[in-house]
Design a protein around this ligand. Structure first.
Ligand code: MG
Length: 367
């Protein structure tokens, strides 16, 4: 049986939902379609149990129904919360300008912990799935990248697993990392905490990862200047939260800044008004985006943070981020507002329009 036959067999009714729905690439894009699927498949089943174990019993907990970057579990003693997150990485190609799947799989998980407030991760796990025939030298390079990224983040991989699939059953390595942190319950920052007036801070140029990756995939040569921003940002986040009151945080990965801002606005029931000219975008990334027909605001970043900041502290937090080596391009790009609840308004300098989430399938295999 060929691989395509096997796929056709799997599409028989027992694996198709009753209404005939099947999983599409859009469900992996990080936007509305993915949230609906996760709601339908997972929150409906595990959401109540997660609430019983966390929210109902312990105020300050963050559970599955919150669909945040991770979950937070206050311990009985009340002096610490365990923060937990997990992420699988399937990026194609596995090596790209500025990084590879190894660096990505460490940064992705460290950053999800960091934007929950857990900037000093306790440990990471690494679960690796590869196919037979993968050169061990290739794996060694990826693992060496993971080691370097762990060093950057000040964390270690303490447990893991390796599975080997048959030759031809996988078209590249799949790496799952899970991360754990323990912090003061008061230090947990969700992505739902914006209030009207809060400054919206972006820690650097947007669109770098998505556009660098897509250029590589499509074989475009922009003079070797495009690079993914993939990096652990936990140290930068630590500097930011030390400098002032951060009310909400999220890393703008799949769906980019546009999706992240829409999610933050919707969850906090506020509007967000953004000034397009204030958003940092690298010139080369902007021109490559035009050639590729991709908006830098709508593609993944892997080394950036979006923060909501109390207006009394916005300049102090901005200054702290700008003083960090990964934050020199940081900017205040807008404010949370009472108007336009759940929406993001983009002021282009010529007029105002809604900034929506990218619809449907954005870019598959991007992280
Ligand atoms: Mg995240």
């Amino acid at each position: 049986m060929t691989r395509n036959d096997a796929t056709a067999d799997r599409a028989e009714p027992d694996t198709v939902a009753e209404d005939g729905e099947v999983v599409t690439l859009a469900h992996g894009a990080g936007g509305e379609a993915m949230r609906e699927l996760v709601d339908k498949l997972a929150v409906s089943r595990f959401g109540d149990a997660a609430s019983d174990a966390t929210e109902a019993a312990k105020p300050g907990a963050v559970g599955l129904p919150d669909l945040d970057d991770g979950s937070a579990h206050p311990l009985a003693a009340g002096d610490a919360s365990i923060v937990l997150t997990t992420d699988s990485h399937v990026v194609s190609p596995p090596v790209f300008p500025g990084g590879d799947i190894g660096r990505l799989s460490v940064a992705g998980t460290v950053n999800d912990l960091a934007v929950m407030g857990a900037t000093e991760p306790l440990a990471l796990t690494c679960s690796l799935v590869v196919e037979a025939g993968t050169p061990t030298a290739e794996l060694e390079e990826i693992l060496e990248s993971m080691r370097e990224a762990c060093e950057d983040a000040g964390v270690a991989i303490t447990t893991g697993d390796t599975k080997v699939m048959g030759n031809g059953e996988l078209d590249g390595p799949v790496i799952n990392t899970t991360g754990i942190g323990a912090i003061d319950p008061e230090a947990v920052v969700t992505d739902a905490g914006l209030s009207p007036g809060d400054a919206i801070v972006v820690s650097g140029t947007v669109g770098d990862h998505g556009i660098a990756l897509l250029s590589e995939r499509e074989g475009f040569d922009f003079g070797g200047e495009l690079k993914s921003d993939v990096a652990p940002v936990n140290d930068l986040v630590a500097a930011a939260v030390d400098a002032g009151r951060v009310t909400a945080m999220k890393d703008p990965t799949r769906g980019g800044l546009a999706t992240t801002l829409n999610e933050m606005a919707e969850k906090a029931a506020v509007g967000i008004e953004i000034e397009e000219r204030a958003i940092p975008v690298d010139d080369t990334i902007a021109s490559a985006g035009e050639v590729l027909g991709i908006d830098p605001l709508s593609v993944a970043n892997e080394g950036k943070v979006v923060l909501g900041v109390d207006p009394a502290d916005d300049e102090a937090v901005l200054e702290a981020i700008r003083s960090h080596p990964l934050g020199s391009d940081a900017a205040i790009v807008g404010r949370a507002t009472e108007e336009n609840t759940g929406r993001v308004v983009l002021d282009t300098g010529f007029g105002r329009r809604y900034l929506s989430e990218p619809a449907g399938e954005a870019l598959p295999r991007i992280c």
